[in-house]
Write a new protein. Structure first.
Length: 267
């Protein structure tokens, strides 16, 4: 064999052999666990657990307060979503209306006329009349009656509205109510001419719901538009929505705020 010739050498790779794991006897394992459970370690673990528990409690408390600050949502008789919401649709308002309003809806004018005196005498409904806070537009498809809680909400809106106007240096204005208690007959008539009128059940059936117009306001016997006054009315209603006093939605086609009173469980 010459020096120019080369021999091919096969190289073999050997895998490193893993060291066998030492088996820990059950007795030794128990001893190690026992040694780790010293009074000092137990105390340390207890302190850590207590701190974690306090953190969780505080976190939940803060989250609950953030949702319910200045608000009585937890006492409402029907569900309410985020307190900052300003678009409560009919199904959401209907839940409050059915829970807190008339138990039997009024079908037509004849039934209304035969029942209204009894409903008023029993304190189930009250008649709504113009006062220093608001006027009532000519009603063609509703009657000026509400539950006592809805009447109180109307007056609260009026007081807040006047206070907010004064805070902005504006004179007194009255807002206008455009719709209140409806019969089934009235609702059917409205659905033929009003795109916002609900097919089927309406919150207006129960005496808990009313509409406040936002396009015109009354001052010294004259009705007028004023964007600043409109903004203050909306601000007032947003404040009350945040306090969970009402459910509300803005209806642009009717130029009104449609709202339902929120009733709270008494302590």
């Amino acid at each position: 064999m010459t020096t120019k010739q080369t021999q091919s050498k096969k190289t073999t790779t050997t895998k490193p052999t893993s060291k066998p794991r030492k088996k820990i006897s059950k007795k030794k394992l128990q001893e190690e666990v026992s040694n780790s459970l010293t009074p000092r370690n137990i105390l340390f673990a207890s302190i850590i657990g207590l701190i974690l528990a306090i953190v969780v409690i505080i976190s939940n408390h803060c989250e609950r307060n953030e949702t319910q600050s200045n608000c009585h949502c937890e006492n409402a008789t029907a569900p309410i979503q985020s307190k900052s919401k300003f678009k409560d649709v009919n199904s959401e308002q209907l839940a409050h209306a059915q829970t807190n309003g008339l138990k039997t809806v009024i079908k037509n004018q004849n039934q209304f006329e035969s029942q209204i005196d009894s409903l008023v005498e029993k304190g189930i409904l009250v008649k709504i009349k113009p006062n220093k806070y608001y006027n009532i537009r000519q009603l063609t498809h509703s009657y000026p009656y509400l539950t006592p809680e809805a009447r109180d909400l109307l007056n609260l809106i009026g007081k807040r509205f006047q206070a907010n106007l004064q805070a902005e240096g504006l004179p007194k204005y009255k807002f206008q109510i455009s719709s209140l208690l409806r019969t089934i007959e009235f609702q059917r008539q409205l659905t033929k001419q009003n795109v916002n009128a609900t097919f089927g059940l309406s919150a207006h059936y129960y005496g808990t719901t009313f509409d406040i117009a936002y396009d015109k306001y009354d001052r010294r016997g004259k009705s007028q538009q004023d964007p600043k006054v409109e903004a203050i009315l909306e601000k007032t209603l947003r404040e009350l929505r945040e306090e969970c006093r009402l459910m509300i939605i803005r209806e642009s086609s009717n130029k009104c705020f449609h709202m339902t009173v929120v009733k709270r469980i008494k302590d």
